[in-house]
Design a protein around this ligand. Structure first.
Ligand code: ADP
Ligand code: MG
Length: 189
């Protein structure tokens, strides 16, 4: 079985009061998995520690409960997989494999800038899955910054064009939940 979540989280455990920039109704709609049935895209954008991976994992687990195949991968791992497949002359096969899960969750896009060929490989994956399978991406960068993440504004635009066509973009604001307890106990000011 696919998936490979970094941790177990559920929507039930999400504290919306700690994250008032989130629309709870919008998350509830995503939890129905209708967007996956339609092959739509979801982007969670926001600073570190604001619950992006928590939400991605929770929605992934919900999708599995609804019998969808789900694969979870970090952007760094995904790009490494594509680059290796490309070097081995197996790119097409890898793209086919990565197009099989109905939901592909790509976590942490933008923490590391892409290397030269990576944007193009990523573009091929997005094209292959376009309007067939859903992609959920989490990123600490706004879409306006994706040109510099991908290192190629033209390819970034082509990627965004496909991703944003049928999409829900959720921008999370606010402080890191990780640092919340520390802040409260006075360890951080
Ligand atoms: P991000 O992916 O945005 O960097 P995470 O989703 O990994 O952040 O969140 C960091 C930690 O804080 C995780 O353990 C997550 O479960 C927890 N967390 C973040 N936001 C919330 C929240 N609103 N309610 C409950 N737990 C949260
Ligand atoms: Mg994360």
């Amino acid at each position: 079985k696919l998936a490979q979540f970094p941790f177990v989280r559920e929507l039930d455990g999400f504290d919306y009061e700690a994250q008032p920039s989130l629309d709870q109704e919008q998350i509830r709609e995503l939890a129905t998995c209708r967007w996956i049935a339609h092959g739509d895209t979801v982007l969670f954008l926001g600073p570190p520690g604001t619950g992006k991976t928590h939400l991605a994992v929770s929605l992934g687990r919900e999708a599995i409960r609804q019998n969808y195949n789900v694969q979870f991968v970090t952007a760094a791992t995904l790009v490494a997989m594509l680059a290796k497949a490309h070097a081995d002359g197996l790119l097409d096969k890898q793209l086919t494999t990565l197009s099989r899960p109905k939901l592909l969750i790509i976590d942490e896009l933008g923490y590391l800038p892409f290397e030269a060929n990576a944007a193009h490989l990523f573009f091929q994956l997005v094209s292959r899955r376009y309007e067939k399978g859903s992609i959920l991406i989490t990123s600490n960068r706004s879409v306006g910054e994706w040109g510099s993440v991908f290192g190629d504004p033209v390819v970034a635009t082509a990627i965004l064009d496909r991703l944003l066509h049928h999409s829900t973009v959720i921008t999370i604001r606010g402080d890191s939940y990780r640092l919340r307890e520390k802040r409260r106990s006075g360890l951080l000011q």
